[in-house]
Every structure is written in structure tokens, then in C-alpha cells.
Ligand binder design. Structure first.
Ligand SMILES: [Zn+2]
Ligand SMILES: [Zn+2]
Length: 150
């Protein structure tokens, strides 16, 4: 979705509600992550005393392979984000600020980059996953094997 900011930039007090979803076929391009649901986006953009704020939350479900035992599992995520939207590139190096392309903001692109940054780099099916035996490959969550692992 592309957000048109024309009115928002111009009129103090203006408010736009955001509620949509990013479909899975768009998400497919972001390889490395298997989305098993669309990304639901809900929030608002508003102009308060001449400054345009964008607050939104996302929720979605990913399918992962556990880094230790390789088992496949699904996990639900939800995050909240807050930004100030500006046209002027000078301040845009600050994380809080998002630069629009004139009066337009590509919300899909922003949402996806925001949420990817929040995802943990290690994916475990459970915190105390015992993983696989390095010798026989048995899933040690399921059963102990007889290998002598130091
Ligand atoms: Zn595991
Ligand atoms: Zn073993």
C-alpha cells in the first residue's frame, strides 16, 4: 500500500487510519523467512502541530526450522512501531524519521524492513531445545542415544 501524505502534510489535525494486510505473494520475495500468514498492519498517521506521525502495529506468523534440532515450527509475532514522516532528507539518518517520496510513502516496504529488524537471529523451537546428537543425529528432545558425546 502506498500512503498518500498530501493532506497529512498540509493540514494540522488531519488523521488517516491504516488497516490492511500485506499478502503472502508480496512477502515471498523476502527470502530466508517463510511467512505462513499475511502481515496485518493496523495503525494511524496524523498531523500534530505540523509534524506527521506514523504509529502502527503488525502481526504475522512465520514458519521456522529450529537452529538446534532442525524441527519445523510456527511462531506468531507482533510488534509496534512509531515514526515521524518527513520530506526533508537532512534529518533522515535518524531511525525515528522516515523519508517519504514527495507526498507518497511505500508502506509495505517500511513495514517489512521494520519487522525484519525485530526478528531474532537465532530461532529455537523452545529455549531449552537439546538439539541433535552430533554423532548419530538423534533428536535429543525425543530420546537419548547411546553415543559418547564428551
Ligand atoms: Zn529445537
Ligand atoms: Zn547419538
Amino acid at each position: 500500500m502506498v500512503l498518500n501524505l498530501k493532506q497529512l502534510y498540509r493540514i494540522a489535525g488531519e488523521r488517516v487510519e491504516i488497516k490492511y494486510q500485506i499478502e503472502q505473494d508480496v512477502l515471498k520475495e523476502y527470502n530466508g523467512y517463510a511467512f505462513v500468514s499475511p502481515v496485518l498492519v493496523e495503525g494511524e498517521a496524523f498531523n500534530r502541530t505540523g509534524i506527521v506521525y506514523l504509529n502502527y502495529s503488525v502481526s504475522f506468523r512465520l514458519c521456522h526450522n529450529c537452529d538446534r534440532c532442525l524441527k519445523e515450527f510456527n511462531r506468531d509475532y507482533s510488534f509496534q512501531f512509531k515514526h515521524i514522516v518527513i520530506k526533508d532528507a537532512e534529518k533522515a539518518d535518524d531511525d525515528e524519521y522516515v523519508l517519504s517520496d514527495g507526498d507518497k510513502l511505500d508502506l509495505d516496504e517500511l513495514v517489512i524492513s521494520d519487522l525484519l529488524l525485530q526478528l531474532p537471529s537465532k530461532m529455537l523451537c523452545k529455549e531449552d531445545c537439546k538439539g541433535l546428537c552430533g554423532i548419530c543425529g538423534a533428536d535429543l528432545n525425543v530420546s537419548e542415544c547411546n553415543c559418547k558425546r564428551d
